[in-house]
Design a protein around this ligand. Structure first.
Ligand SMILES: *Cc1c(COP(=O)(O)O)cnc(C)c1O
Length: 216
Protein backbone atom coordinates (compact mmCIF):
# COMPACT_ATOMS: atom_id res chain seq x y z
CA UNK A 1 0.00 0.00 0.00
CA UNK A 2 1.21 3.51 -0.67
CA UNK A 3 0.15 7.13 -0.46
CA UNK A 4 -1.50 9.03 -3.29
CA UNK A 5 0.34 12.33 -2.92
CA UNK A 6 -1.33 13.95 -5.92
CA UNK A 7 -4.77 13.37 -4.44
CA UNK A 8 -3.51 14.56 -1.07
CA UNK A 9 -2.27 17.86 -2.49
CA UNK A 10 -5.54 18.39 -4.38
CA UNK A 11 -7.66 17.68 -1.32
CA UNK A 12 -5.44 19.81 0.87
CA UNK A 13 -5.87 22.77 -1.45
CA UNK A 14 -9.62 22.26 -1.74
CA UNK A 15 -10.08 22.07 2.03
CA UNK A 16 -7.81 25.03 2.73
CA UNK A 17 -9.85 27.16 0.36
CA UNK A 18 -13.04 26.09 2.09
CA UNK A 19 -11.59 26.51 5.61
CA UNK A 20 -12.18 22.86 6.32
CA UNK A 21 -9.69 20.95 8.43
CA UNK A 22 -8.41 17.73 6.92
CA UNK A 23 -7.74 14.89 9.33
CA UNK A 24 -5.90 12.09 7.57
CA UNK A 25 -7.16 8.77 8.89
CA UNK A 26 -4.04 6.65 9.22
CA UNK A 27 -5.43 3.52 10.89
CA UNK A 28 -3.67 0.40 9.60
CA UNK A 29 -1.14 2.60 7.72
CA UNK A 30 2.59 2.39 8.35
CA UNK A 31 4.64 5.10 10.05
CA UNK A 32 6.56 5.43 6.78
CA UNK A 33 3.42 6.37 4.88
CA UNK A 34 2.34 8.75 7.63
CA UNK A 35 5.76 10.37 7.48
CA UNK A 36 5.37 10.95 3.74
CA UNK A 37 2.27 13.06 4.36
CA UNK A 38 3.91 14.72 7.36
CA UNK A 39 6.70 15.83 5.05
CA UNK A 40 4.06 17.35 2.76
CA UNK A 41 2.90 19.44 5.71
CA UNK A 42 0.09 17.30 7.15
CA UNK A 43 -0.14 17.51 10.94
CA UNK A 44 -3.59 16.15 11.83
CA UNK A 45 -3.94 12.37 11.82
CA UNK A 46 -6.80 10.20 13.07
CA UNK A 47 -6.55 6.73 14.59
CA UNK A 48 -9.19 4.24 15.74
CA UNK A 49 -7.32 1.83 17.94
CA UNK A 50 -5.52 2.72 21.17
CA UNK A 51 -2.89 0.01 20.89
CA UNK A 52 -2.01 0.99 17.34
CA UNK A 53 -1.88 4.68 18.21
CA UNK A 54 0.40 4.28 21.24
CA UNK A 55 2.75 2.14 19.16
CA UNK A 56 3.00 4.66 16.33
CA UNK A 57 2.99 7.90 18.29
CA UNK A 58 6.54 7.68 19.73
CA UNK A 59 7.93 6.77 16.32
CA UNK A 60 6.60 9.92 14.66
CA UNK A 61 7.28 13.65 15.11
CA UNK A 62 5.99 15.12 18.36
CA UNK A 63 4.14 17.98 16.69
CA UNK A 64 1.61 15.66 15.04
CA UNK A 65 -1.91 16.38 16.31
CA UNK A 66 -3.43 12.98 16.98
CA UNK A 67 -7.20 12.62 16.80
CA UNK A 68 -8.90 9.63 18.36
CA UNK A 69 -11.88 8.73 16.18
CA UNK A 70 -12.72 5.14 17.16
CA UNK A 71 -14.76 3.70 19.97
CA UNK A 72 -12.85 4.46 23.17
CA UNK A 73 -13.01 2.09 26.12
CA UNK A 74 -12.84 3.78 29.49
CA UNK A 75 -9.97 1.60 30.70
CA UNK A 76 -7.79 2.68 27.76
CA UNK A 77 -8.10 6.46 28.12
CA UNK A 78 -4.98 6.55 30.29
CA UNK A 79 -2.75 5.40 27.45
CA UNK A 80 -3.58 8.28 25.13
CA UNK A 81 -4.24 11.00 27.73
CA UNK A 82 -0.64 12.29 27.83
CA UNK A 83 -0.59 13.34 24.18
CA UNK A 84 -3.98 13.14 22.44
CA UNK A 85 -5.01 16.35 20.67
CA UNK A 86 -8.73 15.72 20.18
CA UNK A 87 -10.93 12.83 21.23
CA UNK A 88 -13.72 12.89 18.67
CA UNK A 89 -15.75 9.98 19.97
CA UNK A 90 -17.14 10.92 23.39
CA UNK A 91 -20.57 9.35 23.75
CA UNK A 92 -21.16 8.99 27.49
CA UNK A 93 -20.70 10.86 30.75
CA UNK A 94 -18.70 7.98 32.22
CA UNK A 95 -16.19 8.17 29.38
CA UNK A 96 -15.95 11.93 29.77
CA UNK A 97 -15.42 11.55 33.49
CA UNK A 98 -12.50 9.21 32.90
CA UNK A 99 -10.99 11.52 30.27
CA UNK A 100 -11.22 14.36 32.77
CA UNK A 101 -9.59 12.25 35.48
CA UNK A 102 -6.69 11.33 33.22
CA UNK A 103 -6.36 14.93 32.03
CA UNK A 104 -6.02 16.06 35.65
CA UNK A 105 -3.36 13.41 36.25
CA UNK A 106 -1.44 14.63 33.23
CA UNK A 107 -1.95 18.27 34.19
CA UNK A 108 -3.45 19.16 30.84
CA UNK A 109 -6.74 19.93 29.19
CA UNK A 110 -8.11 17.41 26.72
CA UNK A 111 -10.26 18.54 23.81
CA UNK A 112 -13.23 16.44 22.81
CA UNK A 113 -16.15 16.21 20.45
CA UNK A 114 -19.45 14.54 21.18
CA UNK A 115 -20.14 11.75 18.75
CA UNK A 116 -23.82 11.56 17.84
CA UNK A 117 -25.46 8.45 16.53
CA UNK A 118 -26.78 9.29 13.08
CA UNK A 119 -26.29 6.18 11.01
CA UNK A 120 -28.64 3.28 11.32
CA UNK A 121 -27.21 -0.20 11.05
CA UNK A 122 -23.48 -0.43 11.46
CA UNK A 123 -22.76 2.60 13.58
CA UNK A 124 -22.91 1.16 17.04
CA UNK A 125 -21.11 4.15 18.47
CA UNK A 126 -22.33 7.60 19.34
CA UNK A 127 -24.90 9.00 21.70
CA UNK A 128 -28.61 9.09 20.97
CA UNK A 129 -30.06 12.53 20.42
CA UNK A 130 -32.38 12.11 23.40
CA UNK A 131 -29.45 11.48 25.74
CA UNK A 132 -27.55 14.56 24.62
CA UNK A 133 -28.98 17.14 27.05
CA UNK A 134 -28.04 14.95 29.99
CA UNK A 135 -24.42 14.66 28.81
CA UNK A 136 -24.13 18.34 27.92
CA UNK A 137 -25.46 19.35 31.35
CA UNK A 138 -22.63 17.44 33.01
CA UNK A 139 -19.77 18.99 31.03
CA UNK A 140 -19.25 22.04 33.34
CA UNK A 141 -18.43 19.80 36.29
CA UNK A 142 -15.34 18.50 34.49
CA UNK A 143 -12.48 20.94 34.91
CA UNK A 144 -9.87 19.57 32.51
CA UNK A 145 -11.80 18.86 29.34
CA UNK A 146 -12.74 21.26 26.59
CA UNK A 147 -15.83 20.58 24.50
CA UNK A 148 -15.19 21.67 20.93
CA UNK A 149 -18.16 20.39 18.94
CA UNK A 150 -19.73 17.38 17.30
CA UNK A 151 -18.69 14.37 15.26
CA UNK A 152 -20.83 12.02 13.18
CA UNK A 153 -20.31 8.92 11.07
CA UNK A 154 -22.71 8.44 8.19
CA UNK A 155 -24.02 5.03 7.23
CA UNK A 156 -21.93 3.17 4.69
CA UNK A 157 -24.32 3.38 1.74
CA UNK A 158 -24.44 4.29 -1.92
CA UNK A 159 -27.90 5.81 -1.40
CA UNK A 160 -27.22 9.53 -1.24
CA UNK A 161 -30.70 10.20 0.12
CA UNK A 162 -29.84 8.33 3.29
CA UNK A 163 -26.62 10.30 3.68
CA UNK A 164 -28.49 13.56 3.15
CA UNK A 165 -31.09 12.60 5.75
CA UNK A 166 -28.47 11.65 8.33
CA UNK A 167 -26.31 14.71 7.77
CA UNK A 168 -29.32 17.02 7.87
CA UNK A 169 -30.37 15.53 11.18
CA UNK A 170 -26.93 15.96 12.71
CA UNK A 171 -26.61 19.46 11.31
CA UNK A 172 -29.85 20.31 13.09
CA UNK A 173 -28.48 19.04 16.39
CA UNK A 174 -25.28 20.93 15.85
CA UNK A 175 -27.10 24.17 15.10
CA UNK A 176 -29.11 23.74 18.26
CA UNK A 177 -26.10 23.44 20.56
CA UNK A 178 -23.04 24.89 18.84
CA UNK A 179 -21.52 28.20 19.81
CA UNK A 180 -18.28 30.01 19.05
CA UNK A 181 -16.68 27.93 21.78
CA UNK A 182 -17.60 24.59 20.33
CA UNK A 183 -17.71 25.15 16.64
CA UNK A 184 -16.02 22.04 15.27
CA UNK A 185 -18.26 19.89 13.10
CA UNK A 186 -16.41 16.71 12.15
CA UNK A 187 -18.41 15.11 9.38
CA UNK A 188 -17.45 13.38 6.15
CA UNK A 189 -15.17 10.55 5.08
CA UNK A 190 -13.77 9.47 1.70
CA UNK A 191 -17.15 8.45 0.32
CA UNK A 192 -19.36 11.20 1.66
CA UNK A 193 -17.29 14.29 2.40
CA UNK A 194 -18.75 16.23 -0.53
CA UNK A 195 -22.23 15.86 0.93
CA UNK A 196 -20.89 16.70 4.40
CA UNK A 197 -19.59 20.02 3.12
CA UNK A 198 -23.13 20.91 2.04
CA UNK A 199 -24.07 20.63 5.72
CA UNK A 200 -21.28 22.95 6.85
CA UNK A 201 -18.85 20.33 8.02
CA UNK A 202 -15.56 22.04 8.92
CA UNK A 203 -13.51 18.92 9.65
CA UNK A 204 -13.32 15.86 7.40
CA UNK A 205 -11.71 12.50 8.13
CA UNK A 206 -10.19 10.96 5.00
CA UNK A 207 -8.43 7.62 4.75
CA UNK A 208 -9.03 5.38 1.76
CA UNK A 209 -8.99 8.19 -0.82
CA UNK A 210 -5.34 8.69 0.09
CA UNK A 211 -4.16 5.19 0.96
CA UNK A 212 -6.46 3.00 -1.12
CA UNK A 213 -9.08 0.66 0.26
CA UNK A 214 -8.14 -0.97 3.54
CA UNK A 215 -7.83 -4.72 3.51
CA UNK A 216 -8.40 -5.07 7.25
C1 LIG B 1 -11.97 4.75 9.06
C2 LIG B 1 -12.67 6.00 9.45
C3 LIG B 1 -12.65 7.14 8.62
C4 LIG B 1 -12.01 7.17 7.25
O1 LIG B 1 -12.76 6.43 6.36
P1 LIG B 1 -12.40 6.39 4.80
O2 LIG B 1 -13.62 5.88 4.18
O3 LIG B 1 -11.24 5.47 4.69
O4 LIG B 1 -12.04 7.77 4.39
C5 LIG B 1 -13.28 8.28 9.09
N1 LIG B 1 -13.89 8.33 10.29
C6 LIG B 1 -13.93 7.26 11.10
C7 LIG B 1 -14.62 7.37 12.42
C8 LIG B 1 -13.34 6.06 10.70
O5 LIG B 1 -13.40 4.99 11.52
Amino acid sequence: MSVDIKTYLELKQEFEQKHVQLVVVSKTQSVEDIKILYDEGQRDFGENYVQELVTKQPELPADIRWHFIGHLQTNKVKYIAPFIHLIQSVDSASLLQEINKQAVKNQRKINFLIECKIGSEQTKTGIFKDDLPNLIDKIPQFTNVHWQGFMGIGSFTSDKNITHQEFAALSGIRNQYASVHNNIFSLGMSGDYKIALEYNSNMVRIGSLLFGARTN
